[in-house]
Structures are given as structure tokens and as C-alpha cells.
Design a protein around this ligand. Structure first.
Ligand code: ZN
Ligand code: ZN
Length: 307
């Protein structure tokens, strides 16, 4: 089997130990070990947990507002400069390049819970959908044909180079270290990054396993209020699979969606515009012209004003 490949119909072969613990997975587990060893060495502290929480939620905003709602689904438009800022912020989470992230995410929507799906908990189990697909060699390459709208920007292609994908995360770690030494690097960097990985990955695993299904989508996506709180709105995953191009994933006032509240603030001050929202008939589940929302990945609309 080739070490790397782009998504192909039929999906990857069975997971093996290399999927979870092979060379491509080692840095991920090393960060876990360093986080645990660091807490044992420097001691558990409430202030440390608070710092980790702040770092977690700042970067979770970029995961959901940038990687997901902007780059993967183009639910709003922005300037080229702010687009680059969003890409840098997203990649401080150590979840690879925005083009890599988006290409696989669009593939997930195209084949949700069918054999070619990148991370189907239904077909391949919890652990593969949670970390296996991310760690193993099956999906390590970016399929540029699915993100041709992003590939037009040289700065995004640069950030997506395997040798540079981790640079924003490493740079933020160095800044934390310079400001607050090993203690700040531990809590704001290592511990927060481990929590952020698993918080993000619950949407690929648990959000297709536990929760309610308001809409009869063709996949197993669920709405789960606890995951929505932990992921700043991503837990309304059944809503999202029902209508992917909506910037707000919480469709009702009681469906807390903090990412959307922040993006609404950005819209008010003019940082982003053309924010897309689900039409009323979609939210009510009635038939109409505009159902499903598109996944994106084509070139029919310019992403940024300056492009
Ligand atoms: Zn999904
Ligand atoms: Zn999505």
C-alpha cells in the first residue's frame, strides 16, 4: 500500500497498528506524553487549567470559524488579508493546513457515512473516526481538486506544505515560552493542544454517534448540546449536515453557537460580509428550492474581494 494517497472511492483498507502508532502518528502521541509529564513535573494548578481553557477556546474559534465555516464551507466572505489571518489562526491548532483540512472535510460531506467517507464512526468505529484517519497514512495528502478555490492563493498553498503546516503552532508555542517560560508553554501550549485535538475530533466521532436527529439526513449526524458547548457550536451537527452552507449551526436561540456570535460581531465591524444563513423553510424542514446547501470546492464564486 502506498504511504500516501488522496481520497478514493471505496475508502482505505483496514486500520492497523501503523494507523494509530506509525511514524506519522508519533508527534501526536509525543505531545500527549509531554503534556502529562509536564503536569506531573510542574504540578496541577487551577491557574494552569484556566490558561489551558483560554488557549483552547481561542483556538477552537479558529478551528470552527476558519477551518470549518470559512475554508471548508465558505459560509461568509472576507478580505484576502483577513483570510490569511484566519488560516494562520487555524493552523496554530496543529491540525495541518487549511487546504488539507478543507479537502478532507468536503470529502466527508460528499460521502458521509458511506464507504469512501474519511471518518465514518458508523462504518469504521469510534477510534478510527476520532483519531485514526487523522494520524494514519491513509489521508495524509491534500486532494487539491476538491479545494481549487483555495489553491488559487499562493499563501495558502505555502501554509499547506507538509514542512510548514506546523509552523503557526510551533511559533505560538515559542511565543508562550518567551512570555511565561515552561509553565505557560505547558498549559497554554501542550495541555491546551491535546484538549483541542480531542474536542475537535468529537465532532467526527461522537457527533455521529450520540444525540438527536431533527433532520432525516442520509448520514448518522446528531445534535448534541454538550458537544456544542465544548466546540463553540459545532455540536449542532445534524443541523449542519442538513444545511452545510449556513454560517450559524445553531438554528434556534437556545442552540448555543458561540462561533456564530463572534462571527456576527466580525460582520458588524465589517471584517466579514455576505454571511450565509439557512432559509426559514430549511430550518422548519419544509421542502423548497434551496435544500442541502452546497459543499463548496468549485470555482463559481470568488472567495475574497481582492482576489
Ligand atoms: Zn459529519
Ligand atoms: Zn462541515
Amino acid at each position: 500500500m502506498a504511504l500516501t494517497r488522496v481520497p478514493t472511492p471505496g475508502g482505505p483498507g483496514p486500520a492497523t497498528w501503523r494507523t494509530y502508532f506509525g511514524p506519522t502518528a508519533l508527534p501526536f502521541w509525543a505531545v500527549h506524553v509531554l503534556a502529562i509529564a509536564g503536569v506531573v513535573w510542574l504540578g496541577l494548578s487551577w491557574t494552569g487549567l484556566l490558561v489551558a481553557g483560554i488557549s483552547y477556546f481561542i483556538r477552537m474559534f479558529f478551528v470552527t470559524g476558519a477551518y470549518h465555516r470559512y475554508f471548508s464551507h465558505r459560509t461568509f466572505k472576507t478580505s484576502r488579508a483577513f483570510q490569511f489571518f484566519l488560516a494562520l489562526g487555524a493552523q496554530t491548532s496543529a491540525q495541518k493546513g487549511v487546504m488539507w483540512w478543507s479537502s478532507h472535510h468536503r470529502w466527508h460531506h460528499k460521502y458521509s457515512d458511506q464507504p469512501p467517507d474519511v471518518h465514518s464512526a458508523k462504518l469504521r468505529g469510534f477510534w478510527y473516526s476520532h483519531v485514526g484517519w487523522f494520524l494514519g497514512p491513509d489521508w495524509s495528502r491534500t486532494d487539491e481538486s476538491r479545494v481549487s478555490d483555495l489553491a488559487r492563493f499562493p499563501e495558502l498553498r505555502l501554509l499547506n506544505r507538509p514542512s510548514l503546516q506546523l509552523m503557526p503552532a510551533l511559533a505560538s508555542l515559542v511565543v508562550l515560552w518567551l512570555i511565561g517560560g515552561a509553565w505557560l508553554a505547558l498549559w497554554g501550549g501542550f495541555v491546551a493542544t491535546v484538549l483541542l485535538w480531542h474536542g475537535t475530533f468529537t465532532i467526527n466521532s461522537l457527533s455521529h454517534m450520540f444525540g438527536s436527529r431533527k433532520y432525516a439526513t442520509s448520514d448518522d449526524s446528531r445534535n448534541n448540546w454538550l458537544l456544542a458547548l465544548l466546540t463553540m457550536g459545532e455540536g449542532w451537527h445534524n443541523n449542519h449536515h442538513h444545511y452545510q452552507s449556513s454560517c450559524n449551526q445553531g438554528f434556534h436561540w437556545w442552540q448555543i453557537d458561540v462561533t456564530y456570535y463572534i462571527l456576527k460581531g466580525f460582520e458588524k465591524v465589517g471584517l466579514i460580509w455576505d454571511v450565509r444563513r439557512a432559509p426559514a423553510h430549511v430550518i422548519e424542514g419544509r421542502p423548497g428550492d434551496d435544500v442541502g446547501g452546497d459543499v463548496g470546492g468549485d470555482d463559481k464564486a470568488a472567495l475574497v474581494k481582492a482576489a
